[in-house]
Design a protein around this ligand. Structure first.
Ligand code: V47
Ligand code: SF4
Length: 366
């Protein structure tokens, strides 16, 4: 029996893939359609026909960043002509716009500003939460949380508790990149390391705060690095159960210090989606982020393990600055049509994966 046959039998029997099997599935000669069918079967067992999506908006309060990761085209220094720092009024105007458009979520991340104290990040949540209490705030990556720990000398737990009191609902999955230190040294040498990222999420889960996880693929990493990354996430999920969804992010090189690299191809995107679904047997959802994959690949990814399509998305800058040619926004009608055309049933969800029911401008969750 070939190794692929053995893997299929294992998956059909509910078994868990080893690192060696995961690396094998990344080999170029593996039949992508066969791999996709396997991931699609696992997806169907977990989520049936449903594909969830949400109505959200991004808020990136500043692009000034202390870390200046080589992978990033978005960040800059304070004296750069493209530098911006939003005022309180501009931030609240974004909240108002999101509310007027029926958004249930604000996704808030940005540069790690060299001068802004923890209080600035906290107060921003307080103001948005006070003015727009129905919009759930998915805010600050583990990288930002570790910066707050450094700034205040307080513990991760203490910082997260204060942010939860301020209105934080969930941590986004950014900053994970690839955990292996030899890769981080090349793509993001200055920011939080793998252990710090995992510890922030572990602590969040212990406090009852749900989080997401990402993996940035298609730059200098190998299949072994990707599998190591996925297994470290799987182990933490075994321990805590606090991850909601996994998002594979395709690297966009334009405008970064790594602009000599090429963007991963559509086939690499789909292979990574399928292997992620198969390796992360304890993650409820796998997300196709159309801003990163592009709309056509994100739609096809719904047949390669993804069951979560993020989102209506307005005002995204991080991937667009790095050359993403995806639109700025998709309407609910467009998202639902993409899902239906893929033969699946669209279900609106909120940040915590509760179903959303709408009646005119009002909505309720269950
Ligand atoms: O951590 C930065 C990535 C991430 C580039 O939690 C780049 O639901 C590609 O994490 N090419 C931020 N990617 C985005 C993110 C995210 C997105 C959607 C949903 C969720 C969620 C989280 O963007 C960063 C980094 O990995 N990124 N630069 C680039 N040049
Ligand atoms: Fe800063 Fe994040 Fe860009 Fe790194 S990826 S430079 S931490 S904004």
């Amino acid at each position: 029996m070939t190794m692929f046959n053995q893997i299929e039998e294992k998956i059909h029997g509910g078994g868990r893939l080893t690192a060696e099997e995961g690396v094998f599935l990344f080999r170029a000669e593996i039949d992508l359609h066969r791999l996709g069918r396997l991931a699609d079967r696992v997806r169907r067992e977990k989520n049936g026909d449903a594909v969830c999506y949400n109505l959200n908006a991004h808020l990136n309060p500043t692009n000034i960043c202390l870390y200046r990761c080589p992978l990033c085209a978005y960040s800059c220094n304070a004296d750069d002509e493209k530098a911006f720092l939003m005022t309180d009024d501009e931030i609240l105007a974004r909240g108002r716009e999101a509310a007027e458009n029926g958004c249930t979520e604000l996704h808030i991340v940005g540069g790690v500003h060299p001068d802004k104290p923890f209080q600035w990040y906290r107060d921003l949540l307080v103001r948005l939460h006070e003015d727009f209490p129905r919009i759930l705030l998915k805010a600050w990556t583990a990288v930002e949380i570790s910066r707050f720990v450094h700034l205040t000398g307080r513990s991760v737990e203490n910082i997260l508790c204060e942010l939860m009191d301020a209105g934080l609902c969930c941590l986004p999955g950014g900053g994970a990149e690839i955990f292996a230190p030899e890769v981080r040294r090349q793509i993001c040498p200055a920011k939080a390391d793998a252990e710090t990222w995992l510890d922030v999420h572990r602590t969040a889960h212990r406090l009852g705060l749900k989080t997401n996880a990402t993996m940035l693929f298609g730059h200098v990493e190998t299949a072994e690095h990707r599998i190591d990354h996925l297994i470290r996430l799987r182990e933490l999920q075994d321990e805590t159960g606090g991850f909601q969804t996994f998002i594979p992010l395709a690297f966009h090189p334009d405008g970064t210090e790594l602009s000599h690299l090429r963007r991963p191809t559509g086939l690499e995107d789909l292979r990574t989606m399928a292997v992620s679904r198969l390796m992360l047997d304890n993650f409820p959802h796998v997300k196709a982020y159309w801003i990163s994959l592009g709309v056509p690949t994100a739609q096809i990814a719904l047949g390669f393990g993804a069951d979560d399509l993020d989102g209506t998305v307005r005002h995204e800058r991080i991937h667009h600055d790095a050359g993403s040619t995806a639109p700025e926004i998709l309407t609910v009608g467009q998202l639902e049509a993409l899902i239906r055309e893929a033969g699946r049933t669209p279900v609106e969800r909120d940040t915590l994966y509760r179903s959303v029911r709408r009646d005119g401008l009002q909505w309720s969750v269950s």
